[in-house]
Design a protein around this ligand. Structure first.
Ligand SMILES: O=P(O)(O)OP(=O)(O)OP(=O)(O)OC[C@H]1O[C@@H](n2cnc3c(O)ncnc32)[C@H](O)[C@@H]1O
Ligand SMILES: [Mg+2]
Length: 198
């Protein structure tokens, strides 16, 4: 079993950091990679898993600590799984509002039945930068893309993601509920089990 008292979170995304911290609770002392470096590694992988491992290794390298990375995104059925691993860069780095506007435009006039989508989260945990055996977990969250944004919580694509079983968007969920239901929560539950913490 892997145990440690300090862990660096390999993300520069404030929304993600907040959710990951809430999910990890007091189990481990958490640092952010931003404390060690402002340079974000290039996400050159072709899969969520490859990018998560790449970010985890980078954070372990700059911090000297074990590192947990999250690579996530939104895969839209009608768009053949796009924006996928390119979700953060969908509108060429112009940020969340531009990403959401571009997605709404891409799905303009597409009926509800064809607006299925899933949020994907890959988590990678490495003990050190060259760890040959990263722990990797994935979580999916199925939903549908709305026709207009709803809700103020969360971050990123949350205002456009309808959660059928909750009858609201993921930005309308209380943070604690999103952290129980989301792609990230599902990946984190697997990680806990793998670490013997579940
Ligand atoms: O790579 P790091 O530094 O962690 O930060 P990032 O924001 O670049 O993160 P990703 O590369 O994993 O890209 C994730 C994209 O998917 C979006 N996303 C991921 N999880 C989400 C969630 O729970 N709710 C809404 N959008 C989410 C997020 O807004 C980004 O556009
Ligand atoms: Mg990124």
């Amino acid at each position: 079993m892997m145990t440690f008292d300090e862990l660096v979170l390999a993300s520069h995304n404030a929304g993600k950091l907040k959710e990951l911290q809430a999910m990890l609770g007091d189990a481990v002392r958490v640092r952010s990679v931003g404390e060690f470096s402002d340079v974000e590694p290039e996400e050159t992988g072709l899969s969520f898993i490859e990018n998560a491992i790449l970010k985890a290794r980078n954070a372990a390298r700059v911090s000297g600590l074990p590192a947990l990375a999250d690579d996530s995104g939104l895969a839209v059925d009608h768009l053949g799984g796009a924006p996928g691993i390119y979700s953060a860069r969908y509108a060429d780095g112009q940020g969340d509002a531009a990403n959401n506007a571009k997605l709404l435009e891409a799905l303009r006039d597409v009926p509800d039945a064809e607006r299925g989508a899933q949020f994907v989260c890959a988590l990678a945990l490495v003990r050190h930068a060259d760890d040959p055996l990263p722990i990797v977990c994935e979580g999916l969250w199925h939903g549908r893309i709305l026709h207009a944004p709803r809700g103020e919580h969360g971050f990123g694509y949350d205002p456009l993601f309808w959660v059928p079983e909750q009858h609201c968007s993921s930005a309308e969920l209380a943070p604690a509920d999103k952290n129980r239901l989301s792609h990230r929560a599902r990946a984190m539950a697997q990680l806990r089990a793998r670490l013997g913490l579940a």
